[in-house]
Ligand binder design. Structure first.
Ligand SMILES: *Cc1c(COP(=O)(O)O)cnc(C)c1O
Length: 359
């Protein structure tokens, strides 16, 4: 039995997107970012599809452990690093690699013996003001790490961009320069670029790139689609019509009666709602594909259902296929109508949406 709501995952598309990263950054190694359950696509499934990457990156230690327990023995970088000694023990036990972004972490590392060698990515804050050491702290931290018995030498160096998705913002160039000046003459491999860096900032490519969203076929840039960048969507969110009815002038639709019918039309009810991760704030007019035809969302998004205007005289019937985003309907467009970003849409898919791999 096909479930009413499911997300079809095209793993060939993921492999295609990985090859797109390779062609954008032919000399760089690739750290495929699969945090947050592979951006909602399933951690293990995406790791399997992207196993030819040079390393994986996840946000948290438990995500790294999950990869290890499933048998992935590639390099795995924990982007948030560890935040206490117990987490560092897990990092060492499971041979994970860690971002070191604070002096607190440094002190914990210094208390470890030489028997457990840890691969470290020392992070400089070049303007994001989230994780990372300041320029002033960096030189001292570098020296201390060099003398740290538990750290594999030479360790790696990294930073993260705050605004790389705006290709007109000079801030990224300033971040690149500050990083390059700070690490000049130091040994260790370097990493700066996220997806926006890979696609928009050639001078950021360096030794390692860290693409996330582009691997899922989604554009990191507002106002463009993955397809326009040569990417293919991995996730297509699908459902079906569960009711079709005639609407007459002055009928109101949905909770709050916020949409009023001004000319007779046919209403379609689709089984998808915010309980599935469809954005509750999707506005009237958000595109939806019914039988491969674009129609518009009307009324409010409910927990389990949305309503669409099928148009006067529409022939659609109960059971007909509906696409909410993905193949044929760019998620970037849907995100814009919902005042959100595509990252949040794919990550927000809930447990009850069955993920199905397209063979
Ligand atoms: C999430 C993340 C990435 C990937 O970012 P995308 O915009 O999805 O490509 C890269 N580096 C760090 C530190 C991250 O947290």
């Amino acid at each position: 039995m096909t479930p009413a709501v499911f997300a079809v995952l095209d793993l060939d598309a993921a492999r295609h997107n990985l090859s797109k990263v390779r062609s954008c950054a032919p000399t760089a190694s690739i750290m495929a970012v699969v945090k947050a359950n592979g951006y909602g696509h399933g951690l293990l499934r995406m790791a399997e599809a992207l196993k030819n990457a040079d390393a994986f990156a996840v946000a948290r230690v438990d995500e790294g452990i999950e990869l290890r327990k499933a048998g992935f023995n590639q390099r795995v970088v924990i982007l948030e690093g560890f935040s206490n000694a117990e987490e560092l023990d897990d990092v060492l036990f499971y041979h994970l690699e860690v971002v070191v972004h604070s002096l607190t972490q440094l002190v914990i590392l210094e208390s470890k013996t030489a028997s457990d060698l840890c691969v470290v990515w020392l992070k400089l804050d070049t303007g994001m003001s989230r994780l990372g050491l300041t320029e002033n702290e960096f030189a001292l931290a570098y020296q201390r790490l060099t003398r740290c018995a538990a750290v594999k030498q030479p360790f790696n160096l990294m930073t993260h961009f705050a605004n790389a998705d705006d290709i007109y913002d000079n801030k990224t160039l300033k971040q690149i320069s500050l990083f390059n000046e700070t690490v000049a003459g130091l040994s260790g491999e370097c990493s700066l670029a996220n997806s926006a860096g890979v696609l928009g900032w050639e001078t950021s490519l360096s030794d390692w790139v860290r693409p996330g969203i582009m691997l899922y076929g989604i554009s990191p840039f507002p106002g463009s689609t993955g397809q326009q960048l040569g990417l293919k969507p991995v996730m297509t969110l699908q459902s079906r019509l569960i009711a079709v009815k005639q609407l007459n002038v002055d009928d109101t639709v949905g909770y709050g009666g916020s949409w009023t019918c001004s000319k007779p039309t046919v209403l379609g009810v689709v089984s998808i709602g915010y309980g599935d991760g469809y954005p509750r704030h999707a506005k009237v007019g958000t595109p939806v594909l019914v039988n491969c035809r674009r129609v518009q969302l009307i009324g409010r998004v409910s927990m389990d259902m949305i309503t669409v205007d099928l148009g006067p005289g529409a022939y659609d019937k109960v059971g007909d296929p509906v696409t909410l985003w993905g193949d044929g309907l760019p998620i970037e467009e849907v995100a814009q109508y919902a005042d959100t970003i595509p990252y949040a849409l794919v990550c927000g898919i809930t447990q009850r949406v069955r993920l199905i791999v397209r063979e």
